[in-house]
Ligand binder design. Sequence first.
Ligand SMILES: Nc1ncnc2c1ncn2[C@@H]1O[C@H](COP(=O)(O)OP(=O)(O)OP(=O)(O)O)[C@@H](O)[C@H]1O
Ligand SMILES: [Mg+2]
Length: 267
Amino acid sequence: MSYRVFFEFVQEPFGSDISHKQILVTPSLIGVEERIHYAVRLGAVALITGEIGSGKSTALRYVTGNLHPSEYKIIFVTASAGSILELYRQILSELGIDVGSTSRAVMIRKIKHEVLEFVHGKKMKVVLIIDEASLFQLGVFAELHTLIQFEKDSKPFLPLVLAGQTNLIDNLTYRNSMPLASRVVGKCHLQGVDKKGMEEYITHHLSIAGVNRNIFESAAMTAIHQGSGGLFRKANHLARGSIIVAARKKSAMVTAEHVRLAATEIF
Ligand SMILES: Nc1ncnc2c1ncn2[C@@H]1O[C@H](COP(=O)(O)OP(=O)(O)OP(=O)(O)O)[C@@H](O)[C@H]1O
Ligand SMILES: [Mg+2]
């Protein structure tokens, strides 16, 4: 019998493809939202850092999903290790503009023109969100401020949110990154959650999968918390793995031993 049938899951538990309304609103998520809104109001930069699998991308999805599409134009790009030209291309493609030219000046002009069109023409707020920004080459940090600055207008029109791993902060401490760093008005670091936060997380994901009773023994919850360091993606793997082990052993409850066995198969 499959573990899904054994535990009566209506969908894959601890999945990575949860919808916006299924996102658990944690205190950290609210912190991220406040800082992004603040940066948007000021036309400035917000930084979201965090450990691998701590929930950065999900937090961005949560916050942007709450911004009404009639009022906000969100340009959401996932950074690559490429140069800034690659970023300009990604932004243009997000805006649905034919890239054509590969000239830096032309691309910047096209992006700014489109942003001003949204701001003045459509009376919308434009927000540039860049996930995985820690992958950028250093040169990108030295130049990025020119994109969010509009020479003829004293007011900047393109608020920017940079999310990525913790070394993103280091990249912004270089002298060449100063113009960008000086525009940062809010920082948020996502850490592993505490034991109680992990219990809420596990219970939440069980209910998404249609199981509203607790199938984890308290010691199993502790083992997942410790084994994952409170980080969500790792917790997903441990929780799903231990559920599979428990079902294989026809145990109605997941125990710490099941978590331990599951952990041997996970990095
Ligand atoms: N607030 C949340 N509510 C429910 N599930 C969440 C939440 N945050 C994260 N998750 C779960 O944890 C997984 C990892 O989260 P996410 O991909 O957002 O982390 P990340 O910090 O962006 O990771 P990476 O460093 O690899 O980019 C998600 O696929 C999702 O299953
Ligand atoms: Mg991510």
